[in-house]
Design a protein around this ligand. Structure first.
Ligand SMILES: O=C(O)[C@H](O)COP(=O)(O)O
Length: 202
């Protein structure tokens, strides 16, 4: 049996300002740092063999803060842009409320939460899933199959892709899945990587 823990980064400066972020490399806010510390406190009983993160600072800092908090800064850490947030294209840098005024509530909701409609110049969730899943299967799954316990810090939409895969969620049902910032979700997996249990730690 192995454990997989996924954590969305703590609140970022652009989460706070309600701005589409995507690949823009913004930092955590003070509250985001506090959320990451709290995630660490909740993970004190866990012993990780390895950790993975994106190449974006908000996820990397979240991981660093958690590892420091649980006193496991010596484990191997791998960074990959395959785990980066969904590329939000022309929406990056735009305030989400202003985008709703400009393009309409429904269109913005479709861009944010539909499975296969990309925002202009950006990635759909499907595009994101198509880069996250092969990476997970080729790099992270082999470690889980060895019985290793793994921590991943990443982003709202890269983690929604992963959750779709792990929980076998159909494209029409992923629309309503939201991942809070800084709250660890723990999966217990059997040797075939079937999910035995999953829960958010609070
Ligand atoms: O990139 C962003 O703006 C956020 O991290 C995720 O945004 P969303 O909830 O609009 O997909």
């Amino acid at each position: 049996m192995s454990k997989l823990v996924i954590v969305r980064h703590g609140q970022s400066e652009w989460n706070k300002a309600n701005i589409f972020t995507g690949w823009v490399d913004v930092d955590l806010t003070e509250e985001g740092v506090a959320e990451a510390k709290r995630a660490g406190e909740l993970l004190k009983e866990y012993n990780f063999d390895e950790a993975f993160s994106s190449t974006l600072k908000r996820a990397n800092r979240t991981l660093d803060i958690i590892l420091k908090e649980i006193d496991q800064t010596n484990i191997p850490v791998t960074h990959s842009e395959k785990l980066n947030e969904r590329m939000y294209g022309d929406l990056q840098g735009k305030n989400k409320d202003q985008a709703r005024e400009e393009f309409g509530e429904e269109q913005v909701h479709i861009w944010r939460r539909s499975f296969d409609v990309p925002p202009p110049g950006g990635e759909s969730l499907k595009d994101t899933l198509e880069r996250v899943t092969p990476y997970f299967e080729s790099v992270i799954e082999p470690e889980l199959r060895k019985g290793k316990d793994i921590l991943i810090t990443a982003h709202g939409n890269s983690l929604r892709s992963l959750i779709m895969k792990l929980e076998n969620i159909a494209p029409e049902n992923i629309v309503s899945v939201e991942i809070p910032t800084g709250v660890p979700k723990v999966y217990e997996l059997d040797e075939n990587l079937k999910v035995l249990s999953s829960k958010f730690l609070k």
